[in-house]
Design a protein around this ligand. Structure first.
Ligand code: URA
Length: 267
């Protein structure tokens, strides 16, 4: 039996179906090639005749910042921001998170800074990455409907994500990526100072509220988000992207929204 070689178009379709939808470098990298030869030591920088030998092959990409350094830099930068505008600028200039190099742009926030309700999702997807605003794709359209159901629209809330750059192929951000971005979203919450926080989905809920359980156990429960010496009440709920996949669970999200409104109305 003869197996036909895949055409370039079929290869591209295969990659897209596998979720590979961004190019992360201009040159292909042969990951099976032997490691580059070590650069000569300082003493061996010239040969016996005093000539400089040809340069050793250099790595294709600069070494990424060590995670601990990136985390410390993130903490320092975030703490130094006196307002949301400065925080956005500092975040845009921060190179400690590898997701920045594959995303098209920073997706900082939408809605009204300082609104009573702040909603936090996971990470931008393809549409958000293209437009630069959180929750503008299908999940965002469902979020708009959920807000509408409780008499709100985007102008009545402030929206952000725990990670502000799109993970390639819309994968879940890694614990390391989340940890490095966490000081920024924590400062963003502090500076916006909402009355109530709503965390959507497991990554936002677990990482902001220091929880380990799954979202189906956590949703509908209130937690305290400690910030600047005070505590902001935080409600965990289901992510709209999950509700698109599991529409039968919308009644749970509806229950959470009613609890949110009841809390805001109570003195
Ligand atoms: N999902 C999220 O968590 N955030 C977005 O901005 C879009 C989809």
């Amino acid at each position: 039996m003869q197996i036909e070689a895949a055409s370039p178009r079929q290869m591209l379709e295969f990659l897209l179906a596998a979720g590979v939808d961004v190019a992360i470098g201009d040159e292909p990298v042969n990951r099976l090639a032997p490691p580059p030869v070590q650069a000569p030591s300082a003493e061996a920088a010239t040969d016996r005749q005093g000539r400089t030998p040809p340069a050793a092959p250099t790595a294709l990409r600069p070494a990424p910042t060590a995670p601990d350094d990136a985390l410390m830099a993130a903490r320092e930068l975030a703490k130094s921001a006196p307002d949301l505008e400065t925080l956005e600028k500092l975040l845009a200039g921060f190179d400690g998170c590898a997701l920045k190099s594959t995303a098209s742009r920073l997706v900082f926030a939408d809605g009204t800074p300082g609104a009573k309700i702040m909603i936090i999702g996971e990470a931008p997807g393809r549409d958000e990455d293209e437009i630069g605003r959180p929750f503008v794709g299908r999940a965002g359209q469902l979020l708009d409907k959920m807000l509408h159901a409780i008499g709100l629209d985007r102008s009545g809330v402030y929206i952000a994500n725990i990670v502000p750059w799109r993970p390639p192929g819309n994968r879940t951000p890694t614990p390391q990526e989340i940890a490095i971005c966490l000081p920024f979203i924590q400062r963003q919450i502090e500076l916006s100072a909402p009355e109530v926080l709503v965390t959507m989905g497991a990554p936002a809920t677990q990482n902001l509220l220091s929880q380990k359980d799954g979202i189906l156990r956590l949703r509908g429960r209130w937690f305290d988000f400690p910030v600047g010496g005070r505590k902001i009440p935080a409600l965990a709920t289901l992510h709209p992207a999950y509700l698109l996949r599991q529409p039968g669970q919308k009644s749970l999200a509806w229950r959470d929204l009613r609890a949110l409104m009841a809390r805001l109305r109570s003195p």
